[in-house]
Design a protein around this ligand. Structure first.
Ligand SMILES: [Fe+2]
Length: 467
């Protein structure tokens, strides 16, 4: 038995080392087309310079070395200050809006810092098998890699805000739509296991007579990582509901704009209406009006919105998504409604890791970072990724707004201070990933979160309806 545990540790360490090398390399691939001047610019208070991301993701691993590598010597106290993001527990840090006000550390120095951390980390990982806390360290390294994958997506957002079509993105040809995606799926309510992993207390629940228990929840065997905010799995009760099979498209949204959706208070939450008027919003971010024609700018250039009518709308805030939903006589789904559609098979009554089952994601099932489209794909381009109800593109393309507040699930236990737990207030949950999310980073239980007014990320939506 002892040798089996040791062997498992060796194989887990090897796979973490492989993941470490590939994730760290990809960050540098994303920034490779940038010119030196591009690395230090911060285009808005809520954005970050690319140089900051490549240093900050290394800083994260340096904090691990400080805690677990005996006699590790800090590379630079100045770097600890500049590259800390928001962690109070790791000392003083530069204010977020000021990340772009410094030219030092230089890009060259930041890359050298990154290489130093990589050398130290790989040496450290090669030696951890004999350490009693090896398992804890591997969990932290995995967290660091998931963190870096989150920053890869943020880098894509920052580079889009900074350069958009001036960035030389390695674009792959976009797949064509092969099917019509129409109507709403009707999904039965009842009790549903929300969240990642095996339920910890389902048996002690008092269940309403006649409720659908949907069997025991299987472990997510194909997916060996989830954030603490996805746990524990717990039962929630859903009413019957209907969910759009397709994401709301640019064409749908253009109609809302044309009928004066941004000029009519009746579709908007009071807070949303204030933002519309204050910021003079007339369309999603990256839409520009030229000679009375709406154009959409993305990594491949500027396009008439009509040409992109059959692509999912993106860069809309929660306020805009909610206003559209109200105007169309629908509403946004809750995160439990979204997750049931994305992870429950009514035929087998089993829950799965993805809408198509437990097979890992690949480029034929969803539009994620590896597809190299750098934009949402046409609606109907990924029929292989549909769920049992015929809903398509739930994974990839655009993060989908839900009405759910980002709060801890009942029974939540923080696994890492200040990572997810301190953000459980005043934000909304988004689900499903985007074209900028790495494949290895995502599953149906993943909870992303942003403030209701934010739209610099790749955010879109589909609507729901009561039945
Ligand atoms: Fe971070």
């Amino acid at each position: 038995m002892a040798s089996t545990i040791a062997e498992m540790l060796v194989s887990k360490t090897r796979s973490i080392i492989d993941l470490y090398k590939s994730v760290r390399a990809r960050t540098m691939q994303i920034v490779a087309p940038l010119e030196i001047e591009d690395y230090v610019i911060q285009t808005a208070e809520f954005m970050s310079p690319p140089r900051w991301h490549i240093g900050h993701t290394s800083w994260f691993f340096e904090t691990l070395l400080q805690a677990h590598q005996p006699a590790y010597k800090v590379y630079s106290e100045d770097y600890l200050f500049y590259f800390n993001s928001y962690y109070e527990g790791f000392g003083e840090r530069i204010a977020r809006p000021k990340r772009g006000t410094r030219s030092r550390p230089t890009v060259k120095d930041t890359v050298a810092y990154r290489q130093h951390v990589d050398e130290q980390m790989l040496r450290f990982l090669a030696s951890i098998e004999n350490k009693p806390e090896a398992s804890t360290i591997l969990t932290l390294v995995r967290l660091g890699l998931e963190h870096e994958m989150q920053h890869q997506e943020l880098l894509v957002y920052d580079i889009k805000h900074l350069l958009c079509d001036q960035y030389d993105a390695p674009l792959n040809p976009a797949p064509a739509s092969s099917v019509e995606v129409e109507g709403m799926a009707e999904i039965e309510g009842g009790l549903f296991w929300l969240g990642y992993g095996v339920a910890s207390w389902g048996s002690s629940l008092t269940v309403r007579e006649g409720a659908d228990l949907s069997g025991a929840r299987p472990p997510h065997s194909k997916n060996d990582f989830a954030f603490d905010n996805e746990k524990p799995a717990h039962q929630v009760f859903l009413q019957d509901y209907a969910l759009d099979r397709a994401l709301v498209s640019n064409g749908d949204y253009l109609e809302f704009i044309r009928v004066g959706g941004y000029q009519n208070f009746r579709w908007w939450f009071s807070e949303g209406w204030e933002v519309v008027n204050r910021e003079q919003w007339r369309a999603p971010l990256y839409w520009e009006l030229h000679d009375d024609k709406w154009m959409i700018r993305d990594f491949s250039g500027q396009h008439p919105a009509e040409e992109k009518a059959n692509e999912p709308v993106s860069h809309v805030s929660f306020y805009e998504a909610s206003a559209f939903a109200k105007w169309s006589g629908k509403r946004l789904p809750t995160e439990a409604e979204w997750e049931k559609a994305a992870a429950f098979d009514p035929k087998t009554r089993q829950q799965t890791t993805f809408p198509w089952g437990n097979h890992p994601v690949d480029e034929t099932k969803a539009n994620l970072f590896e597809n190299g489209l750098w934009a949402p794909a046409t609606i109907g381009a990924f029929p292989n990724g549909q769920n049992s109800y015929g809903c398509q593109q739930m994974i990839g393309d655009v993060w989908e707004w839900t009405t759910s507040d980002y709060v801890p699930y009942p029974g939540f236990k923080s696994e890492f201070d200040e990572y997810n737990d301190k953000w459980f207030v005043n934000q909304k949950v988004l689900r499903g990933g985007s074209y900028a999310t790495p494949q290895a980073h995502l599953r149906a239980t993943y909870r992303n979160f942003f403030h209701a007014h934010e739209r610099w990320m790749v955010s879109g939506f589909r609507c729901a309806k009561d039945m």
